[in-house]
Design a protein around this ligand. Structure first.
Ligand SMILES: [Zn+2]
Length: 271
């Protein structure tokens, strides 16, 4: 099956904090196939790929807290910036589904994916900037089977400045999972339930069948957020099976690098 798109954006500016991006990935998906079905036989270089979007905002039971309308527009602008240049568009009905439940509000988790989820589009659940995960700070998660993502909390830049993750490319990262993207360290620096995963070599010789299956992204052993904020350079090191040194792309939105500022991307179509 032709797998679509793949794109990349950039995370630059980086800092080492405890913020974590949590990704729940499933290889077998039903909603995702439905989302993709109309486009299966198209040449993506010539057609637009439109994804129906639903927005949910989690507030306290009394209706207070949560993301404002302008914040939602700001959040969605990150998606547009990441994906529109590659002819991937999001069609939002401009409706906001408010989930007013103090427990959910205070306990951000994928449990919300089962609330008012749609099978014909992407469901984005936005928690409050101050709603921290159990592990602290914030993060995001994607459930490919439900074509749903959530983003919550904040990221601490240099342990001082709180950057709201709802308005960041963390949202683009999670949506990337729903749109078939793997981490850049897939098969190399992580083990998942993907039966085909295998380590990508630095020389690129197996780049379309291993790693993230995208040939123009460099092999990545998983940077685990260990990137210098000032230089945006990975502080780790390592070699692949050939003894070649890894040189992962710190700017790719599907990599594990800290979020602060994001820029560009490039698209890749693969098998
Ligand atoms: Zn991820």
């Amino acid at each position: 099956m032709k797998k679509l798109l793949l794109l990349f954006a950039i995370f630059c500016g980086c800092t080492i904090t405890q913020a974590q991006i949590i990704c729940i990935q499933d290889t077998l998906v039903s909603n995702k196939e439905a989302l993709y079905a109309p486009y299966k036989n198209l040449d993506y270089s010539s057609y637009l790929f439109c994804v129906k979007l639903y927005v949910h905002v989690i507030r306290k039971s009394d209706g207070t807290g949560g993301q404002t309308v302008s914040n939602i527009y700001q959040a969605l602008s990150y998606l547009e910036a990441s994906y529109n240049p590659y002819k991937i568009y999001f069609k939002w009905n401009n409706q906001i589904d408010y989930i007013d439940n103090t427990y959910n509000y205070e306990h951000p988790s994928g449990a919300v994916f089962n609330i008012n989820n749609h099978s014909d589009g992407l469901d984005i659940y936005l928690f409050d900037d101050n709603a921290e995960l159990l592990i602290g700070n914030g993060g995001g998660s994607a459930n490919e089977d439900l074509t749903a993502v959530f983003v919550t909390g904040y990221f601490l830049d240099n342990n001082t400045v709180a950057i709201p993750l709802a308005k960041s490319h963390v949202l683009s990262h999670e949506v990337g999972h729903v749109l078939f993207l793997w981490h850049t360290h897939h098969g190399t620096g992580e083990n998942t339930n993907d039966p085909n995963e295998c380590p990508e070599l630095v020389n690129g010789s197996n780049s379309n069948i291993c790693g993230d299956y995208i040939s123009d992204t460099s092999a990545d052993p998983n940077m685990v957020y260990n990137v210098d904020l000032a230089t945006c350079i990975w502080l780790g090191s390592g070699v692949d099976a050939n003894g070649d040194f890894y040189d992962p792309d710190e700017h790719n939105i599907m990599s594990y690098t800290p979020t602060k500022m994001h820029e560009l991307f490039y698209l890749k179509t693969e098998y």
